[in-house]
Ligand binder design. Structure first.
Ligand code: SF4
Length: 427
């Protein structure tokens, strides 16, 4: 077994350190505050994963739809399968394209979701060596089809543990899925030879609860006009949710962002000079492959990205005072209503309702839908959402065909041109 089992995390750590050095050294002290806070805390978290991997802790590759806190029962290193290609696509000059190509050249369909395809390519290239692979049976066909392939290549003998996520969102289902999550943990414990420590789980959930409190307050402040927070928070928050579960760095990041937002609201300020001209919701994902894109929106267009699908959490904190089974049940409810899982795993009603609600509450002028080529079920909803936003609120929706983690499918120049042309129709 190789000693270095998470090479992409080392690549990520180096890219984070370089970016941090550039941002801290090259930007004025009052600029890019949210990015600076992000880089500080995620770098610490990723370094810890690398150190833990060196200590020999088992590597658990898991789907983002799991509440990662559940694995905090163990001494472990998390690899969030869908997160690593996209964060590398933002931070590496050459992106994560070479990894998509490895999977494509094997014969994997080019039009599948790059989130899983990237990790598939890294695994085929021998850069990851997992001890456990685990996923829920949701939220999409890409998930169900991709994980067995990730297991097949270089991970043939590695346990692959599935948690059965039911279709309906009701108390009976939350109870069932809570049991599934607990069984998943017990199975993993047997495979890695560790007894689950549920006190550690409770502490991780408490930290996430604290972070959730700050997220809720930040989202409330975004109702202010102008929006006090830079658009870049949207993709950065996605990364924090994925990469820093149940840890103090997650709490510190959102606490710092909240302080920044409070100060700006008090002074009636934006993050940037100039007027906030257009407020937008992004009903699917931000664009990950270009780290400067959100700054272009804010600075060049005066356009605020209020929310993408990952930024408004439609769930409550988990009550940790009523025992382990209730914690699992609470986590089940959260994870079945986790961003993208909530809107992708069942009917499209949730996606329509959520973004009509957010557009109305936050006074959006328009919506921009990133029609991610891999995500067939979300793309099928675009016209319905366009009609809902038009009929309910009278606002338009622009959809852009792209791959949010692959710069080659639709270039950033063309994306900017499409948005600029769309903006002209709004003025
Ligand atoms: S973007 Fe779509 S296809 Fe990709 S993981 Fe999310 S739901 Fe699945």
């Amino acid at each position: 077994m190789p000693t270095n089992k998470i090479i992409p995390y080392e690549m990520l750590y180096e890219a984070l350190c370089t970016t941090k050095e550039l941002v801290e050294g090259g930007m004025a002290s009052g600029e890019l505050l949210v990015l600076k806070s992000f880089l500080k805390h995620i770098t610490t978290a990723v370094k810890k994963y690398i150190d833990d991997a060196e200590q020999g802790y088992p590597i658990i590759a898991h789907h983002f739809a799991f509440p990662t806190e559940i694995f905090h029962c163990f001494e472990f290193v998390p690899v969030v399968v869908e997160g690593i290609p996209y964060i590398l696509s933002a931070l590496l000059p050459e992106g994560a394209e070479s990894f998509y190509d490895i999977a494509d050249s094997f014969g994997h369909p080019y039009h599948t979701c790059t989130s899983q395809k990237g990790t598939m390519g890294m695994t085929m290239d021998g850069l990851f060596h997992f001890d456990i692979i685990s996923s829920p049976t949701s939220p999409c066909d890409n998930t169900v089809a991709s994980y067995p392939i990730i297991k097949e290549f270089y991970n043939k003998d590695i346990p692959f543990i599935l948690a059965d996520m039911p279709y309906y969102r009701d108390d009976r289902s939350y109870k069932y899925y809570g049991k599934e999550l607990k069984i998943t943990i017990e199975e993993i414990g047997k495979k890695i030879g560790q007894e689950p420590d549920y006190e550690k789980l409770r502490k991780a959930v408490d930290l996430n609860n604290e972070a959730l409190k700050y997220i809720t307050e930040i989202n409330e402040l975004k109702k202010a006009v102008p929006n006090p927070i830079e658009s870049m928070l949207c993709p950065l928050m996605t990364a924090v949710l994925a990469f820093i579960p149940g840890q103090v760095e997650r709490v510190l990041f959102f606490k710092e962002v909240l302080e920044i937002a409070k100060k700006r609201v008090k002074n009636g300020e934006r993050a940037h000079e100039g007027e906030e001209k257009i407020r937008t919701v992004w009903p699917y994902m931000s664009i990950f492959f270009d780290i400067g894109f959100c700054e272009w929106l804010d600075r060049q267009l005066g356009m605020t990205m209020l929310f993408d699908i990952f930024n408004y959490l439609f769930f409550d904190p988990v009550d940790t005072s009523k025992g382990v089974d209730k914690i699992f049940q609470g986590l089940a409810k959260q994870s079945m209503n986790y961003p993208m899982v909530r809107q992708s795993a069942t009917f499209s009603d949730d996606l329509l309702d959520d973004f009509v609600f957010l557009s109305k509450e936050y006074k959006a002028d328009c919506a921009i839908f990133t029609a991610h080529i891999g995500c067939k079920q979300s793309v099928s909803v675009i016209q319905l959402l366009r009609e809902a936003l038009r009929d309910e609120l009278g606002i338009p929706l622009l959809s852009i065909d792209l791959d949010i983690g692959d710069a080659r499918y639709m270039s950033i120049q063309t994306i900017k041109k499409e948005i600029s042309n769309f903006v002209k129709t709004l003025m």
